[in-house]
Design a protein around this ligand. Sequence first.
Ligand code: ADP
Ligand code: MG
Length: 163
Amino acid sequence: SPYPYKMEGKVISGFGRGSKELGIPTANLPVDDTLTPWIANIPSGVYFGYASLALPSTHPDHPSSAPSGAFTVFPMVMSIGYNPFYKNTVRSAEVHILHKFGRDFYDAHMRLLILGFIREEKDYKSLEALIDDINFDCEVAKKSLSREGWAWDKGSEGDAEWF
Ligand code: ADP
Ligand code: MG
């Protein structure tokens, strides 16, 4: 298995389409074909895994016991592809973290551990259909990550050092 895939970078502004207003904000990472050569060769679609964020200690979701800049792990669902609904021409990587944040975290360093594939990218006739599918993807991701072997267990996993 080629999994897990790893990718990291600073959270940048996305396409400003108002994903947040739809209830599904996506933290965008720059796609660098040199750092992540595998990204050109995987199917466009929806993936799941974990995101780890280095939040400043002033951020409401920074754990009070942790030192500033310490990484905090969250489950995530992400899209890699061209987003046919929006007719993009460059490949994008955007991550919806399965956590309700008290504030944005643009510029934060984010590391991704991509553990599995949910479905291929689809073109949508309506925004409603797109949102329905994304909400379903979130449920699939939660289910998959809660299964034994994928549940995040600090310190016990081989990839703990990545985070
Ligand atoms: P943009 O087009 O700039 O990516 P979005 O509407 O997709 O705008 O919002 C993304 C931003 O929202 C992220 O960069 C992050 O700072 C913030 N955010 C808040 N909650 C989440 C979340 N649960 N998952 C991802 N990003 C979130
Ligand atoms: Mg976004």
